[in-house]
Design a protein around this ligand. Structure first.
Ligand code: ASP
Length: 361
């Protein structure tokens, strides 16, 4: 059996972090498939390599010199290589990349090079096989992720290697164009890899100690959640708890593979299909909150006995193309919680709802 381990950008920001990562991987022989992000910030003022790549690509688009603009990025990777005492050179890769920047092959391609180059270095450092995600993570021609093709290809390619590094965040369309997932998408790649090799665990190593039971900006010293179900996690993430990319649970959930969010200092949070026995006493797993909602409050005597009332109200939202988040109801009251921004762009909604509420049926 194998574990898939994903490391975020701050875990791979410099050579020291690489050493810690290697130690973690070597301390458990099951950690055989590794998904890295691009190097992240080394200090609060530092810039993530992904952001440097976007800016560099844009600068080249404005006519600036590609090689000169790329230099600070190359320096970051070369710094890691030399600090680790590796003998590889990425000069040919840098040349290819700057050529492609000049040819304007796309912003996604540009952003993806952070994971790509970091993957080459990490594979070399660990002595693992490097597997380019462009060869086994696929999108359709119109840019949707292609789970079936990806799963088939990844499991056959990775089946051939007992240990491999697969860069996160990107894949390719049928014509070979590189496409990325949304920001933070290496979490998703890790999940897809875990599913493809039928891993016993997907470990997501990050700079936090796990999922917190509340927002530390609001509640002092909240507890770390030890077990959380996929469903609970969806609810908490949607409400703003952002430790994991929001789509990352889908691939592993289908296969029942647990995710372990953790860092070096703590066992972290296990994300599982069902809460394990013995944890039932924890009635509330966590609390999260989100701002910028509006509540449309509706009051009508004996609303509950008026057949079809809710449907008529919801038809207004349908016609306006307005989604809703939550509808708590009472015997004579109902509240529709909607995004304030969306409501503001559909200013007639409240008037239509009011007309329905005051009509006699
Ligand atoms: N490097 C990418 C980003 O900054 C993807 C990731 O870190 O997961 O969004």
């Amino acid at each position: 059996m194998a574990k898939v381990v994903k490391f975020g950008g701050s875990s791979l920001a410099d050579a020291n972090q690489f050493r810690k990562v290697a130690q973690i991987i070597r301390s458990d022989r099951k950690r055989r498939y590794v998904v890295p992000s691009a190097p992240g910030k080394r200090s609060p003022e530092d810039i993530k390599v992904t952001d440097m790549l976007y800016s560099c690509y844009d600068a080249v688009g404005l006519g600036r010199n590609a090689t000169a603009e790329f230099l600070p990025i190359a320096d970051r990777f070369d710094g890691i290589i030399s600090d680790l005492g590796l003998t590889i050179s990425l000069d040919n890769e840098y040349e290819k990349i700057t050529e492609n920047f000049k040819k304007r092959v796309g912003r996604d391609y540009a952003a993806s090079r952070g994971e790509y180059l970091n993957g080459i270095i990490l594979a070399n450092y660990l002595g693992f096989q490097f597997v380019d995600a462009a060869k086994c993570v696929f999108f359709t021609a119109n840019g949707d992720f292609d789970p079936d093709l990806t799963d088939a290809c990844l499991s056959s390619v990775l089946g051939g290697y007992s240990e491999a590094v697969i860069p996160g965040f990107y894949g390719a369309k049928p014509d070979g164009t590189i496409q990325t997932f949304s920001r933070g998408g290496s979490d998703f790649t890790g999940s897809v890899v875990a599913k493809a090799i039928n891993a016993e665990m997907y470990e997501n190593w990050t700079d936090v100690s796990g999922f917190l039971a509340a927002d530390p900006h609001v509640v002092e010293n909240p507890e770390i959640i030890d077990y959380i179900t996929y469903k609970e996690l969806r609810e908490l993430s949607y409400m703003g708890a952002s430790v994991l990319h929001q789509d990352a649970i889908f691939p592993v959930r289908a296969a029942g593979i647990p995710i372990n969010i953790r860092n070096t200092n703590a066992p972290g949070t296990m994300i599982v299909p069902e809460a394990p026995e013995g944890t039932e006493h924890k009635i509330i797993t966590g609390i999260a909150g989100k701002k910028h909602f509006s509540v449309i409050s509706i009051e009508k005597d004996e609303m509950n006995s008026e057949v079809g009332f809710l449907r008529r109200i919801l038809t207004v939202l349908d016609n306006e193309g307005l989604g809703f988040e939550h509808i708590p109801t009472g015997i004579d009251t109902m509240s529709i919680v909607v995004s304030t921004e969306e409501l503001n762009s559909h200013p007639d909604t409240v008037r239509y709802i009011s007309q329905i509420t005051h009509a006699n049926h």
